[in-house]
Design a protein. Structure first.
Length: 305
């Protein structure tokens, strides 16, 4: 018989979910540097200036930042320059249309993670997770601690937690399927964390299995998000139009906000009307960081003048 996780007991349990003091300190450095770059990129801050702000030597910051983000601070700065941002916004609508026309196969693939997925039935969703066993664990990622959740069929949830917010993040994710049974299994979820954030493992012949647990409409929206190319963006209204209901922008926005598999199902690639960055369940600094990281992976490094 399954039962919901007793969240009140978490505080008294051992806490194997920490990524360690050093990792936490390193992410604090990376987070502050990301924030500085994304907010003040027009000033083109130098590595020396960035290092001074976090009380490190430039070579130390370069090493820590590269290990966490997969890019150097300079490459990240270049990836979010104004010309690239303008191109991203200008092309979003046509890219969305192209996604539906060319599909996801061969050299024209538009989904970088090669995700294969299955949706739970409406009855399963109405049971609020009843009968499901969901394992979970916290792991380091380029964007802070990541909470990974999975069933026996694949990845079912992915969220983030700033230092000290692990319990809140876990409660947030568990509340989506309150009748499920939750089991902490750090070893079992580690392979998902390693796979999701390592571009070298995004291989077409080794798809990542995910499980979508939501309403029919939510799943349709999430499936549409999977077709947004990495390094590009679209809007809520574009998604509504692609679903055949151009007046459903608000409903699309709600479904995007309830996406349980962040990063893999790329809700961070959806912008508000007019190209504004919009909201993000896990924080705007993290959204900007993810978009910049993806831009750096998907486009040639720009030479700043």
């Amino acid at each position: 018989m399954t039962k919901a996780l007793d969240l009140s007991a978490i505080a008294s349990e051992p806490k194997p979910i920490s990524v360690g003091e050093e990792a936490s300190e390193n992410y604090a450095v990376v987070r502050q540097t990301l924030k500085r770059i994304t907010e003040d990129w027009r000033d083109q801050p130098t590595l020396e200036e960035l290092a001074k702000e976090v009380d490190l030597q430039p070579i130390q910051l370069q090493r820590v930042f590269s290990r966490w983000a997969g890019l150097t601070p300079k490459q990240f700065l270049q990836a979010i320059t104004l010309d690239h941002a303008k191109a991203l916004l200008r092309d979003s609508a046509s890219i969305m249309d192209a996604s539906f026309e060319v599909g996801l196969s061969g050299s024209s693939r538009l989904h970088d993670l090669f995700v294969t997925h299955e949706a739970m039935t409406p009855g399963d969703y109405r049971n609020r997770g009843g009968g499901l066993k969901i394992i979970y664990g916290f792991h380091p990622s380029p964007f802070g601690q990541v909470l990974v959740m999975a069933t026996d069929k694949g990845l079912a949830g992915l969220g983030f937690a700033d230092p000290g917010e692990e319990e809140n993040s876990l409660e947030d994710m568990c509340s989506r399927w309150p009748a499920a049974q939750y089991v902490h299994n750090q070893d079992a979820t580690a392979r998902y964390a390693q796979r999701v954030f390592d571009p070298k493992k995004w291989q077409e012949n080794q798809p990542l299995n995910i499980v979508m647990i939501g309403t029919d409409f939510e799943i349709r929206v999430w499936q549409t998000l999977l077709k947004i190319p990495m390094g590009q963006a679209t809007t809520y209204s574009d998604i509504a139009a692609c679903l055949g209901n151009p007046k459903a922008s608000r409903a699309v926005g709600s479904a995007v906000g309830r996406n349980p598999i962040s990063f893999v199902v790329p809700c961070h690639r959806v912008l508000a009307k007019g190209g504004k960055i919009g909201g993000y369940h896990w924080g705007l600094t993290r959204k900007r960081a993810i978009l910049g990281w993806e831009s750096g992976l998907s486009a040639p490094v720009l030479e700043c003048v």
